[in-house]
Design a protein around this ligand. Structure first.
Ligand SMILES: [Zn+2]
Length: 205
């Protein structure tokens, strides 16, 4: 296989990218100058070296922001530690941050497809329970917000999590809420504008 074919195949594996788009990416790269391509290649190499996954929220972040295994959001003293906003992916956090949310996060790593037999393969449900039990034991948790996308998979994921979390919320005495109306049906949190997220947050129940 030559580099054009190899790269096309690599891009096809990206989420939401088909063969046609993959070929367009390669064409785009062919038309850039070599310093653009070199910087891109270097950045890809550094991704593995200069990044880490936060041990509390599982968000990927650059190493210079690391403090005892925590990202800059989890280690910041200014954040409201009692509220955890549960999202599907890292990109959702950037958007929620722009809405002015000041609590903490937990990244599930995805959503559960309807037909999935083993939900644990798609989301970090077990890790979320461990985090809640640990924080809950110290009486830190006041509220868990399920901030899932308004998609079929997002709804399904929310039901799975509610089933697991409702009994724990009663024992540890925290509120379990979901984003309210405002996110239109079919929309992913990643693409919702900050105002929409802010209004969905204020109408959470
Ligand atoms: Zn974190």
């Amino acid at each position: 296989m030559n580099p054009i074919e190899r790269l096309t195949e690599a891009f096809e594996k990206f989420p939401g990218i088909g063969p046609r788009q993959a070929r367009r990416f390669v064409q785009f790269l062919l038309h850039q100058n070599s310093s653009y391509r070199n910087t891109l290649a270097e950045d890809i190499k550094k991704l593995g070296l200069n990044t880490f996954q936060c041990k509390a929220c599982f968000r990927w972040s650059v190493k210079e922001h690391e403090k005892n295994g925590l990202c800059n959001i989890c280690s910041a003293t200014s954040r409201e530690k009692g509220i955890i906003f549960v999202v599907e992916k890292d990109a959702d956090i950037e958007n929620v941050e722009r809405s002015g949310f000041k609590g903490l996060y937990f990244v599930l790593g995805g959503a559960v497809p309807l037909a999935a037999e083993e939900p644990e393969k798609y989301i970090k449900a077990r890790e979320l329970l461990v985090r809640i039990q640990a924080d809950g034991a110290e009486n830190v948790i006041k509220e868990i917000i399920l901030g899932l996308s308004a998609t079929t998979e997002g709804d399904h994921t929310r039901l799975i999590l509610q089933e697991k979390l409702i009994p724990i919320s009663e024992t540890l005495k925290f509120k379990l809420t979901s984003l309210g109306r405002g996110l239109s049906t079919g929309s992913e949190l990643e693409y919702a504008d900050p105002d929409t997220i802010a209004s969905a947050l204020s109408s959470r129940q």
